[in-house]
Design a protein around this ligand. Structure first.
Ligand code: 3HC
Length: 309
């Protein structure tokens, strides 16, 4: 083992952070590029299902709150693309990987938001799951990713609260509103659980990612933390978790679920979800429509560089 690899291993062993200028195994670099760029894609694509309700939000306040949340997600995508760029991949390459279908983004965003209650369920469940995952990622070994997570987690808690506030107003509202809230929970519960990835036994990256402390806790461990936290919140709302095998294990103090539909999960990941094509088509169209913004920014940057030179 040469001195570079020794130095890298010591950073990981001592729980310190790997920085862009440090030597790192090529696979460590590629694994971080894969995970961080897909994380960024998820933030950006995740803006679409929520943007769908901006013009239909039921009040000025709820529109303002939703707009603030969506703008946050754009910022999270920006942080994460910038983090991935420190590993040597360009923004253009990442965007091309997303638009060609080569890169993934979280499958949850391939489901439609058909009612206002869905916006509540997205904030409550999707951002709630993201918080559990991202709080753990604050301890990831790649320095820029870890620091981006600290900043993003602060904003995620607002996202989860705004979603849960919508669910409260509907669950404690009229009978029709409570029915909409239950319908949203029925449709988003299992896809939200799948945000944590396949079971550990099927997680192809688990071993190496845990060894390099990219991942600090396993998919199933984080999923269980989310379930244990969320079931009591559904009970408070008077809503029913759509899993007739759900039961509380007094011994382990954990909520145990029935089996998940992994065939559906992989089918959506493979591109056959309800909104996969719509999400990519929208991204491609928006990227093209806003080409002038990128050109103007690049021209301004070039002009400023000339003036400084
Ligand atoms: N949707 C789509 N693909 C998924 C997935 C999901 N929910 N879960 C796993 N996969 C993919 C993985 O990307 C991997 O495919 P790849 O090799 O082509 O990348 C494959 O399934 C095997 O899964 P693994 O568990 O072995 O992969 P990982 O070790 O990368 O773990 C992960 C998956 C837990 C999602 C991990 O990548 C991770 O923690 N990523 C960072 C967090 C993230 O991306 N969250 C997405 C949501 S962001 C969000 O919700 C923002 C909020 O503000 C709304």
């Amino acid at each position: 083992m040469d001195k570079f690899e020794e130095a890298f291993n010591k950073i990981i062993e001592k729980d310190r952070k790997v920085e862009p200028r440090d030597w790192m195994p090529e696979k460590y670099r590629q694994t971080n590029i894969r995970q961080i760029s897909q994380h960024a894609h998820s933030e950006i694509i995740g803006m679409q299902p929520e943007g769908n309700w901006l013009l239909r939000a039921p009040s000025l306040r709820s529109k303002q709150v939703l707009l603030a949340k969506i703008q946050d997600e754009a910022g999270h995508g920006l942080y994460l693309y910038s983090v991935a760029e420190t590993l040597g991949i360009s923004r253009q390459e990442m965007i091309a990987q997303l638009q060609s279908g080569e890169a993934k983004y979280s499958s949850i965003f391939n489901y439609p938001t058909v009612s206002w209650a869905d916006i509540g369920a997205v904030g409550w469940l999707v951002d709630g799951a993201a918080i559990v995952n991202q709080v753990s990622l604050q301890r990831t070994s790649y320095g820029p990713y870890s620091r981006a997570m600290v900043r993003i987690c602060k904003e995620e808690s607002f996202h989860q609260r705004q979603g849960y506030e919508i669910m409260c107003s509907m669950a404690f509202g009229t009978a029709e509103q409570k029915e909409m809230a239950q319908d949203a929970l029925n449709r988003f519960w299992e896809p939200a659980l799948m945000m944590f990835g396949p079971h550990d036994s099927d997680s192809v990256h688990k071993g190496q990612s845990m060894e390099w402390k990219i991942k600090r806790e396993s998919n199933d461990h984080l999923r269980q933390r989310f379930i244990d936290r969320t079931v009591p919140q559904a009970q408070y709302l008077g809503l029913t978790i759509p899993d007739d095998q759900l039961k509380f294990n007094e011994e382990t103090q954990h909520w145990e679920t029935g089996p998940f539909n992994w065939d559906e999960f992989w089918n959506v990941v493979k591109g056959n979800g309800p909104c996969n094509q719509e999400r990519i088509d929208h991204h491609i169209a928006a990227h093209k429509d806003n080409e002038w913004v990128r050109e103007a920014a690049a021209a301004y940057a070039a002009k400023t560089e000339l003036e400084v030179a």
